[in-house]
Design a protein. Sequence first.
Lengths: 337, 337
Amino acid sequence: MTRRVTSFDVAARAGVSQSAVSRVFSGASASKATVDKVREAAEALGYRPNVLARSLITGRSRIIGLVVAYLGNPFYPDALERFSRDLQDEGYHTLVFTVPEGAGDTDTDRIIQQMLDHQVDGIVLASVGLGDALAARCEAAGIPVVLFNRGQAGSGLAQVTSANRLGGAKVADFLVAGGHARIGHVAGWQGSSTGRDRTEGFVARLAELGQDCVGVEDGRYDHAEAVRVTDLLLAKGVDALFVGNDHMAFAVMDHLRCTLGLSVPKDVSVVGYDDVPMAAFAAYDLTTVRQPVGRMVKTTVAALINQIEDKSAQAEVTEIDGPLMLRGSARKPEGFA
Amino acid sequence: MTRRVTSFDVAARAGVSQSAVSRVFSGASASKATVDKVREAAEALGYRPNVLARSLITGRSRIIGLVVAYLGNPFYPDALERFSRDLQDEGYHTLVFTVPEGAGDTDTDRIIQQMLDHQVDGIVLASVGLGDALAARCEAAGIPVVLFNRGQAGSGLAQVTSANRLGGAKVADFLVAGGHARIGHVAGWQGSSTGRDRTEGFVARLAELGQDCVGVEDGRYDHAEAVRVTDLLLAKGVDALFVGNDHMAFAVMDHLRCTLGLSVPKDVSVVGYDDVPMAAFAAYDLTTVRQPVGRMVKTTVAALINQIEDKSAQAEVTEIDGPLMLRGSARKPEGFA
DNA sequence: CGTGATTTTGCACACCTATGCAAAGTGACG
DNA sequence: CGTCACTTTGCATAGGTGTGCAAAATCACG
């Protein structure tokens, strides 16, 4: 195995100093003549700057830590793929950390520690619960953090979500317009801001419209749990269900149709949240609120890079609106916009 | 922002030399007394070794590059999650690279280059086509590579797949035992070894059983394409379809049931390949060959680490057998084992 | 206690690049 | 040509760790 070719080798061949080589490759000023000589020598030798050495001295690794909890919900692989792509386009790379199923603060802290070890320039926390200690740790280390698809009030951290309250309200409007009289809600995990916000927006709008929600049960973003609480709501005689995310909605629909032999939307209308690709599959054809992943990711990346490049930048809280996708799993009001 | 605490700081406080600190943290030999002093000082100062500096000098980054093409097929997020976890357990981290949809060799090469730049200790290529140049490049750079869920004959690279030929044969056995007379095949992309192997195993076993395959059409692992060729096969009057992976099978089933109004499995039996979590959803209840992701990933990780730690290690080619999961999308032969 | 074998320790350097600083170079203008 | 403003260049050092080498310390044993 042959030794790596270094900037000194290039310098020697080009007849300049090592600094000159460094300057050419880090985009600092240099005369046309030098640039040409260096470029040619580098080409000939197959030189590439050593990223590690560069990071060591600049203190910037151009690596972003992406923490993600559960890829079983297809919303996240989609987001992950886009993060990787968008970050690549910006010259950054993605170090992925998965936090184990029932991870406590200890695990999260260990992961944060590992990210600090790798000197990541920024962190995206995708939908992971986090202790208060975290914000402080990152603050101390001066590492920008953006929460993706989850908020934490008063944390002072930047965050990007969809307009969850508004989304919930849209569903309420839609179901009421559809003439549903007994509406139930399989909520997203109430320990998460997204879950709470969707529920709040939904219930509040129902009230505004003069309807009571027949029942709200926490489905905890879990298949089995969603099915269990669906039965509770059915016992109350619901004719429509707003389910906290698509992933649970699939389980609910399967349960209604295949286990109970009910018809969707004839017996029960079902509305989800996320608009994952699968929601458009004919087997489900799920009416759902779209979370605009693409824009959410782009916004997150922009916010992160902004913070990285300008440490004094404000931590912004962004909500991105998404449309209600009208499909076949819920009765359609006539002429509903 | 306070300066990082270095091994010199710890050394000073512990009253030893910097080398001693280094030795303690890199697990080299040291006296009990030194170890204790260093540990205590490090604890007090909150010292953590600088990973970059360490990597720079050892030439080992403890980072694995994971290249993945398409996360829309839920098989890959599952694998990705497991890779991240298993590698974390082994003290490695995962740098994710996504290769754009219609990427040519140029893109792949650029990605490889970026991984070399980051001095990854090893590379997992998950189901990505690759030019011949690649193997040479990695060979030259001395970086171990393992192909995951795709093989390349004669590349000399290590690879881990499921027993695709055998799997295809199992499906043939099953469908014939089920009394199907006109069997068709929506093949996985024939440009990939997995696609070809499954098809070969399937067709060969059918022949052994004295049956002709009514038709074989390349579905290219793509929804729309799978649907298109399904129509071609239906025109030939098939009563059973073996589909090259679950992801396509869902599209095929949706098409058969929802667009054409056919019954699965009454009119047409459908069998998939992968056993992604969704295959067990009641809406599909897909009979399929399981790819044991867990074991495949563990095997891949083991093979990779083995190669990293012992550069002279042979590049092994491993096939892992998985069972046929009997569900409701295909007619069941009586007493089929 | 003396001697040789073995372990522990510190010194100094290597890994490879970026950057502050001062010297050298370039060009403009009177 | 002289002066000044400005750009380019090389020198030297920093960034934080691992490791070969030789000196020092420890241990075993007669």
